[in-house]
Design a protein around this ligand. Structure first.
Ligand code: FAD
Ligand code: SF4
Length: 349
């Protein structure tokens, strides 16, 4: 029986799982395909996180340091699992660098892929320089300056379009990405703080600042920072003769067509399944659900089980999730994996 747990992916989910397993006294091998740990918040350069307001590099940096400082955790960066053989209690993983890892359980924290706005060409991304994504806008906030990418001018008006690559049946993305409303209302406040002369508009179908985020983000953004919320269906983003962007669509409250000039248009991009999930499904022998996220085994008495015994899955690999939930999933998977391993050891004794 192997006493080690193999954790794949070093985003918030995998980092939490690794720290959790190590804290109960088991060894961990953590495998991350990138050469930097931290997952999407670090790899994509998020600014201040919701709801904590902490800079991503500090908050996630602490999670990375905790794992790096733990003698029970061995880290492999820039590496993937190429093959997984065996069964619960006795897995053998072959890494892409040829190394072999023996493990009793496997935890998948392989995360998601940001929606690529190129797949929504009518909304101007890839055509106009001043159409950017939330992650690009967050990078601008991190750098401390709000300016039009095309010519560096301070924008008079910024539009944030919600649900880009989410809740869109036309392009096969039926799910709500859960966190982008809250991230966008927060981003509107950050833009205003850095550039007080800029007006920020949010175009929405519905506002889903779920749970406790309603007053902290939606109302605060509207009342204290004067973000303007417009319920609308956006048809296209084009350019006017004077070089400004034109957001065209229908104001769905008053049922009138709208054409609004803007200086920057921000796509609030959603969360797609990890684009590598077909490969992950083959290597780890786990099923995918109909949208392409990794499938759950059983929901209630074996939460975070995948469809293969001894392989667990959580965080945004299962579907759109926020960081706090992903961290909880990581800890829950640690508990599950170690609990199941202990049960196997007892049975074998
Ligand atoms: C624009 C945007 C802004 C957001 N801002 C916030 C916010 O402010 N607050 C918040 O709570 N949430 C936010 N989120 C959600 C947040 O990004 C996720 O909740 C979080 O990243 C999920 O963590 P994860 O570890 O499950 O996945 P990820 O962060 O995607 O990490 C997965 C890790 O696994 C690695 N990996 C993938 N495949 C493999 C493989 N085959 N082998 C080895 N390694 C692999 C990846 O390189 C990555 O390091 C935001 C999301 C978006 C789209
Ligand atoms: S959280 Fe908001 S922006 Fe994101 S998909 Fe859901 S409704 Fe759309």
């Amino acid at each position: 029986m192997q006493n080690t747990v193999l954790v794949v992916g070093a985003g918030p989910t995998g980092l939490s799982a690794a720290a959790g397993v190590a804290s109960i006294g088991k060894k961990v091998v953590l495998v991350e395909k990138e050469t930097v740990l931290g997952g999407a918040p670090i790899l994509s350069g998020y600014a201040k996180l919701v709801p904590s307001g902490e800079w991503a590099k500090d908050a996630i940096g602490r999670m990375v340091k905790r794992v790096e400082d733990d003698a029970n955790i061995t880290i492999h960066k820039g590496v993937k699992v190429a093959k997984l053989e065996g069964e619960a209690g006795n897995f053998t993983a072959t890494l892409s660098n040829g190394e072999i890892v023996q493990a009793g359980a496997v935890i998948l924290g392989t995360g998601f892929t940001h929606f690529d706005s190129i797949n929504k060409p009518e909304w101007g991304f890839g055509t106009y320089e001043d159409v950017v994504t939330t992650t690009q806008m967050e990078q601008m906030v991190s750098a401390g300056k709000i300016a039009c990418p095309s010519d560096g001018r301070v924008p008079e008006r910024v539009a944030i379009l919600l649900c880009v690559g989410s809740r869109d049946r036309q392009i096969g993305r039926e799910w709500c990405s859960k966190i982008c409303c809250t991230v966008s209302t927060n981003l509107a406040m950050e833009i205003k703080e850095l550039s007080p002369t800029t007006d920020v508009f949010i175009y929405y179908m519905d506002i889903r600042t779920f749970g406790l985020y309603e007053d902290k983000f939606y109302w605060k953004s509207q009342e204290e920072f004067k973000t303007k919320f417009v319920k609308a269906r956006i048809a296209e983003v084009t350019k006017s003769a004077d070089g400004r962007l034109l957001v065209k669509g229908e104001d769905t409250l008053v049922k009138r067509p709208i054409v609004i000039p803007m200086d920057i248009v921000v796509h609030a991009i959603g969360m797609d399944p990890n684009e590598e999930n077909p490969e992950i499904s083959k290597v780890f022998g786990v099923g995918l659900e109909k949208h392409g996220f990794i499938d759950k085994g059983e929901q209630y008495t074996s939460s975070f089980s995948s469809t293969r015994a001894g392989v667990y899955v959580g965080g945004s690999a299962l579907g759109p999730e926020d960081i706090d939930t992903s961290i909880s999933h990581g800890l829950a998977m640690a508990m599950r994996a170690v609990g199941d391993l202990n049960a196997l050891v007892q049975k074998a004794a």
